[in-house]
Ligand binder design. Structure first.
Ligand code: FES
Length: 87
């Protein structure tokens, strides 16, 4: 079981290893208008546990580059462990 902690909300969610994080992020209030990596409205900041997320998708590379602490909530998956997010 993996865990996502939304630091700005003080909320946490458990989800199976390997799950997309989209649904949990949507539940927490991250806007997901397109779900396709196009609009950029779902940008989240990873405050810890970036290594527990899936590799950057092409959409994320195009939108964000690859070096920062941001991800697109509609596009990444959690592999395992705990990831802390703020948005
Ligand atoms: S919802 Fe549009 S980029 Fe993620």
């Amino acid at each position: 079981m993996a865990k996502i902690i939304f630091e700005n909300l003080n909320e946490e969610y458990d989800l199976p290893d390997g799950s997309p994080i989209r649904e949990v992020c949507e539940k927490a209030g991250v806007p997901i208008p397109c779900g396709e990596g196009i609009c950029g409205a779902c940008v989240i900041q990873i405050t810890s546990g970036m290594e527990n997320l899936s590799d950057y998708t092409q959409e994320e590379k195009d939108f964000l580059g690859e070096m920062g602490d941001e991800r697109l909530a509609c596009k990444c998956k959690i592999k395992k462990g705990t990831v802390k997010i703020t948005f």
